[in-house]
Design a protein around this ligand. Sequence first.
Ligand code: AMP
Ligand code: MG
Length: 487
Amino acid sequence: MKALDELTFDNRFARLGDAFSTHVLPEPLDAPRLVVASNAAMALLDLDPAVAETPVFAELFGGHTLWAEAEPRAMVYSGHQFGGYTPQLGDGRGLLLGEVYNEAGEHWDLHLKGAGMTPYSRMGDGRAVLRSSIREFLASEALHALGIPSSRALCVIGSDTPVWREKQERGAMVLRMAPSHIRFGHFEYFYYTKKPEQQALLAEHVLNLHYPECREQPEPYLAMFREIVERNAELVAKWQAYGFCHGVMNTDNMSILGITFDFGPFAFLDDFDAHFICNHSDHEGRYSFSNQVPIGQWNLSALAQALTPFISVDALKETLGLYLPLYQANYLDLMRRRMGLTTAEDDDQKLVERLLQLMQNSGVDYTLFFRRLGDESAALAVARLRDDFVDLAGFDAWAELYKARVARDGEYSEEQRRKRMHAVNPLYILRNYLAQNAITAAESGDYSEVRRLHEVLSKPFGEQPGMEQYAQRPPDWGKHLEISCSS
Ligand code: AMP
Ligand code: MG
């Protein structure tokens, strides 16, 4: 276990130089205080969880002090936002404080979001509000606990600093961690500004640090692109299987590591709805739930375009062609497991599609349906779940197919079935209304609900006695919350 001043830094991105980032110091928050910390994320830095409660912790992550070895930098990048190219974006309110490596030899970027203005702030104030910082914290740690790759969050620091959004709010900072903060938009920036030397440096950096095994391949850059395609196909498959809607899949929000990155008006589905749009400024539904699949490919094509100086167009096209089949295979595999199946049959995709259509028509809770499906034998479970559906004949027809499919799948006890299914079907997910309850309490100075919710979501698959209220469908007020896009 380490104390806060014992972290070991190795700032490899900062060493790339001023073409890639700008030195900026954090702008401190007034009266910084700990809102919530993640023990699991603390462990990644070998930090003793007790240090989160010390005043120096809130001062560090509230922008007041820094380690001597930290090299805070605002990164430059660009990206396609809602389909249109924005030539320059960058860290407008976040700073890469430095790269820390732990005793296991892993490197973690420490990124402080809400740290004040930078050369890339454009019209923004460089700040993040408490509400959005809590949402990012809860979502990153909850996704990780579900087994969905994501950036992590060490803590949220609250403050008295006033910040103007639709109304006056309070500033906060979230300390985000990831092995890299490099986005598709980093490559696009150097491609469109026609800086081939810097672009090559960036590609070498990513290859050496994050895809060293691709060096062994005849075409290392192509092998790296292929890895990025594979990881993104797997990531989107997990989002779709678990009902996660990112909301702002711009290329500047896509990580070259294939992890969930940059949280805005995201949502987990309550009722299943393929057309769900969680971002209420997304009028055309570009980033609707079901569009995440083709948009994943669109974003990879944008990255491919930026890689044309290194890789032939034919090879890029061929590799892009892997995305959809890989997505399909991963998705179907996850959905089979969610349905309790251990074998594969040709018609399984149809079985899933029919079920989702029925759930869509009846507004069935996506998470609880699968959880309950595993509670008992297939026959008993479908008999009980039947009441949730409006189209009873449709559901009965599906249930017959499902029971027959389960029977062909193999012989196992009810207990084995429950164990296997509950290990992949969470009971607790970050529903918008749960986040909203925690935020309302935190905005009036009570952080206990954020901390409790974080705890519950860190073990989403196990039943937690006394926490039944976190495993319910939303109340009416919580069903159609409009999450503000200003963050
Ligand atoms: P996002 O929609 O959060 O991914 O942000 C898009 C771009 O706007 C990024 O370059 C952000 O750094 C920048 N940005 C968002 N909010 C602010 C803010 N309050 N102040 C400065 N820059 C911001
Ligand atoms: Mg962003």
